[in-house]
Design a protein around this ligand. Structure first.
Ligand SMILES: [Fe+2]
Length: 137
């Protein structure tokens, strides 16, 4: 990957598994909304709060459906992939709780944290089970 962050959803993030691509794109779209918000306004805080609540639920749904898929194809590294997911859920919850108690969100900082994680995860970790499935066991 180049050093420049490509922040839009592009075909390089495609796994070729339709429901997973739809969910990844939804995550991208929702996270990208953060980038467009102004800093330090009451309106922004409300919107960030809404986005984080959405992500909190959607990430859990996405991870569990992806894990069911990995299980279905018999992916041999599923345990380490699951632990990456659960570590991220913990990290996300810690971050969200801290922000909820501060009540003051920095949307751009949050955007970069989340989009970097998602891009790297899709490009590196998700690609591993995609390769496993297409190249064979
Ligand atoms: Fe994943």
């Amino acid at each position: 990957m180049s050093k420049e962050l490509i922040v839009e959803w592009t075909s390089i993030y495609k796994t070729g598994i339709d429901f997973i691509d739809v969910q990844h794109k939804r995550l991208f779209d929702e996270i990208t909304k953060l980038k467009k918000l102004e800093q330090n306004s009451r309106e922004t805080n409300r919107e960030v709060y809404r986005i984080l609540n959405f992500l909190e639920e959607y990430i859990i749904i996405h991870f569990s459906e992806e894990e069911a898929y990995m299980d279905k194809i018999g992916y041999d590294d599923i345990i380490s992939h699951k632990s990456i997911h659960s570590n991220f859920i913990k990290e996300f919850d810690t971050l969200k709780n801290r922000l909820d108690s501060d009540g003051n969100y920095n949307p751009v900082q949050l955007f970069f944290f989340l989009i970097k994680w998602l891009q790297q995860h899709i490009a590196i970790e998700d690609q591993k089970y995609v390769n496993y499935q297409s190249i064979g066991k």
